[in-house]
Write a protein that binds this ligand. Structure first.
Ligand code: IMP
Length: 435
């Protein structure tokens, strides 16, 4: 029996879909535990591209059971479409009956707040994630279990004047929220289908694990976007770490815990990004890596790999191994840089990623990241096309050294390396390195 986990090791968009897809081929159960339609997991099956947002990546595989836990924010339109796809593909889906439903109101509030914040905006995906989770924490709002009937939907929205009081936020704005009646009608359009898929995902999961079935937990976003440990307020509103699985699904023992990280770094939305490149190298990374959001189409900021931040993600995320994606994007780029520490502005304080240096347990807050200068180590690049490499030994010496530097700085092995967009363009290593 295996209980493997794939998390994002950076600010999301690391290419988790490919790794999840690889591991999902070997399991019968895939679990999404947090996040919502703010995520976009791209998966290729032959020449067909699937971009999934809410349901687990196992929905494109016949016979796979897909569970969305009680912490997943259910965007009804997206979930409906993905349920249709799952049915077409012969996969099973169970949505936890306690999971929150994202209302049109949540998306409108998300947009309103971002426009009110102006230049201080978070840069959210406008998918209503923050406002929906606010309601979950406040113990109100619509849940999957309420989709049972029109009366139950209405009851949940009217409870404690919930819906009308939420609409007060629009006072003084040009946005006209849907009325309660309109919202009930909107929810009703897809309620039946979603409700048909409701169930007790934690019970199903525990029973399946007791029967010895293999499970894959699919993370969304990345550790640096975690509500508690990420660069708050420039983060999402849910848990993106291993702890998020324990807290929401009640599972505490895992086998492989893999974080996916790009060979460089990207970020979409606002927030600190010490290694961001505003020059032609940044543009080159964006062009070569096709760095445009799969959910919003926004161009991503690009920069050098930040190993100080990645080491932090490994520690607070509960990560035990890394998958480095898009190594091929760095081919022919000339000399490369990796950030191995931060120098704090206005002081001599330096913090390093390396295991045997001091100061490596700092919490990477927005304040810290905004007030630091990255300390770089220059690494030799490589000219060779590596897209055909299938073993670690096939890689040029300098590319091998790049990977070894990541292992040395983060203290965990790199067990997979992506060298191109295709499913086959992945080097799988069993090697465990001594930190
Ligand atoms: P929200 O999750 O839509 O509220 O957005 C909050 C922050 O998280 C913004 O900076 C978003 O760009 C970022 N974010 C949320 N989901 C993803 C993702 O899947 N990939 C990359 N960034 C994301």
């Amino acid at each position: 029996m295996s209980r493997d986990v794939v998390l994002g090791g950076q600010w999301g968009d690391e290419g988790k879909g490919k790794v999840v897809d690889l591991l999902a081929r070997a399991v019968k159960i895939v679990v999404r535990f947090y996040g919502g339609a703010n995520a976009g997991h791209t998966i290729w099956v032959g020449n067909t591209k699937f971009v999934l947002h809410v349901l687990p990546s196992g929905i494109i595989r016949k016979g796979v059971l897909n569970l969305t836990g009680p912490g997943v924010a259910h965007d009804m339109e997206v979930v409906y479409e993905e349920l249709v796809l799952a049915t077409e593909r012969g996969a099973q889906v169970v949505l936890d009956f306690n999971a929150p439903v994202v209302l049109p109101l949540h998306k409108q509030i998300d947009q309103l707040r971002e426009s009110r914040l102006g230049k201080d905006k978070i840069g959210t995906t406008h998918r209503g994630i923050g406002p929906c989770y606010e309601d979950m924490v406040a113990r109100r709002g619509l849940k999957i279990r309420d989709l049972k009937s029109e009366a139950a939907i209405r009851r949940a929205l009217e409870h404690g004047e919930y819906y009308n009081s939420r609409c007060k936020e629009f006072d003084g704005s040009e946005i006209v929220p849907m009325t309660l009646d309109e919202t009930v009608a909107w929810v009703m359009k897809r309620a039946k289908v979603l409700y048909m898929h409701r169930g007790d995902t934690r019970e199903i999961l525990q029973r399946s694990m007791a029967e010895g079935k293999d499970v894959l937990f699919e993370g969304a976003q990345g550790v640096l976007l975690d509500l508690m440990n990420g660069t708050n307020p420039f983060c999402t509103s849910s848990s993106t770490t291993l702890g998020g699985i324990s807290q929401s699904m009640g599972v505490y023992e895992f086998d492989r815990v893999i974080a996916v990280a790009k060979a460089y770094l990207t970020r979409v939305g606002a927030g600190p990004f010490p290694t961001k490149l505003d020059d032609e190298v940044g543009q080159e990374l964006r062009d070569r890596g096709h760095e445009y959001g799969s959910t919003t189409g926004r161009p991503r900021d690009c920069g050098w790999l930040d190993l100080f931040a990645l080491r932090y993600s490994v520690r607070v995320g509960g990560v035990r191994e890394l998958c480095i994606t898009k190594l091929d994007v760095l081919s022919g780029l000339g000399a490369l840089k990796v950030c191995v520490g931060y120098k704090m502005a206005g002081s001599d304080l330096q913090r390093f990623a390396h295991m045997d240096r001091v100061g490596d347990h700092a919490t990477l807050t927005t304040e810290l990241m905004e007030s630091c200068e990255p300390l770089y180590q220059e690494l030799p690049g490589w000219e060779e096309d590596i897209t055909g490499c299938r073993t670690f030994g096939d890689l040029p010496q300098n590319a091998q050294f790049y990977i070894r530097t990541i292992e040395q700085m983060t203290g965990v092995p790199v067990t997979m390396i992506g060298v191109g967009p295709d499913r086959e363009q992945l080097i799988i290593r069993e090697l465990k390195v001594a930190a």
